[in-house]
Design a protein around this ligand. Structure first.
Ligand code: RIB
Length: 350
């Protein structure tokens, strides 16, 4: 027996095929409840499955959203992807996941390929300062929602941005340490060539200055900016930083790491050097991934509201994709929260 067609469903329900199609595509607000019930019953009775490929051919778009993350090698992105998929499924969408490694060329290729496959809405997790490499496909009508960077001055006007306030996050992390009495701090990161990391670093500097300290006396690692972004090798970056920063006499007593994986690598490096985290050295991470609370000692960190941000990103992409992009891309900035655990304490008395 061949596949059940929309015409068979329509005949069984005593309606036209376009009425069935309206119900299937969510355009049924003006349908009588009795009609809706008849069509639904006919769909169930006949076991009708809509032919997505045919619908895509007709409309030129799919019920799929693209999600491009830097790398699921970092559990932060795995958690974000899981939350976004959850929200997408609830809205009747599927998700196609891609890893960009923060490479603009990879971002461009994925976005173009997704468009060619009929995907009209993409959530792009990126913190690159410019989106110019994506301008042609945005001009064609792609609804782009960026996560992890606030809107930048030359962003195309239709782009919606969702991010935490990284400046506030960096400030919370460093001022927690200065309030505990730390006077010599370090900021540890992969490459700072990204909007959110620069924001975190600026917040760090503001906290140092507000505590009456001199930014020039603080340590910043790496010292030159050829470093990789480190989404995959974040822990290794932290470990190397521990080795470099704590093999000198002028050691910091408190460290702010750009994310939790870097902080955890740093803790491991400190342990290799015989130093106790939360006693000899205080460490603050950023993100609040699931491992932060499981580590020993549990990591003090700056929490990003991952689930809330993923839901927002999905809502934005679903409400616009397929419609003509508007000229008024929104920028949503959420406040991060400091979560104090045992990896931070007063500095040791010398
Ligand atoms: O750990 C992943 C980090 O990369 C997060 O802090 C996120 O904001 C991104 O920049």
């Amino acid at each position: 027996m061949g596949a059940v067609t929309i015409q068979q469903v329509a005949r069984a329900a005593g309606v036209s095929p376009s009425t069935v199609s309206n119900l299937l595509t969510g355009r049924s607000e003006r349908m009588l409840p009795a009609t809706r019930a008849r069509v639904t019953a006919a769909i169930e009775q006949l076991g009708y499955r809509p032919n997505r490929a045919a619908r895509q051919l007709r409309t030129g778009r799919t019920r799929t959203v693209g999600l491009i993350v830097p790398s699921v090698g970092n559990p932060f992105w795995g958690a974000f992807a899981r939350e976004l998929e959850h929200a997408a499924l609830a809205d009747g969408y599927n998700v196609l996941l891609c890893n960009s490694e923060r490479d603009p060329e990879r971002e461009r290729r994925y976005v173009e390929d997704l468009w060619d496959d009929g995907v009209r809405g993409v959530v792009l997790c990126t913190s690159l300062p410019s989106l110019q490499h994506l301008a042609p496909v945005i001009d064609r009508g792609l609804q782009l929602v960026t996560f992890d960077r606030p809107t930048q001055p030359d962003d195309p006007a239709s782009v919606v941005s969702i991010s935490i306030d990284n400046n506030v996050g960096g400030f919370l992390a460093a001022s927690h340490l200065t309030r505990l009495g730390h006077r010599k701090l370090a900021f540890v990161s992969g490459s700072l060539r990204s909007v959110n990391r620069t924001g975190r670093f600026q917040g760090f500097c503001s906290a140092v200055e507000s505590a009456g300290l001199d930014v020039a006396d603080m340590a910043v690692w790496p010292t030159s900016d050829g470093a990789p972004f480190g989404d995959v090798e974040a822990a290794e970056i932290g470990r190397r930083a521990a080795h470099d920063l704590f093999s000198t006499d002028d050691r910091p007593t408190g460290v702010v790491a750009v994310n939790d994986m870097t902080a955890l690598g740093l803790c491991r490096g400190l342990r290799d050097l015989g130093l106790r985290v939360g006693r000899d050295v205080s460490v603050v991470g950023f993100d609040d991934i699931v491992l932060a609370d499981l580590y020993d000692p549990p990591l003090t960190t700056v929490r990003q509201p991952i689930a809330q941000m993923a839901r927002l990103a999905m809502a934005e992409v679903a409400s616009h994709s397929g419609a003509a992009p508007t000229e008024s891309g929104r920028s949503v900035l959420l406040r991060p929260e400091l979560v104090v655990r045992d990896s931070t304490a007063k500095p040791p008395s010398r």
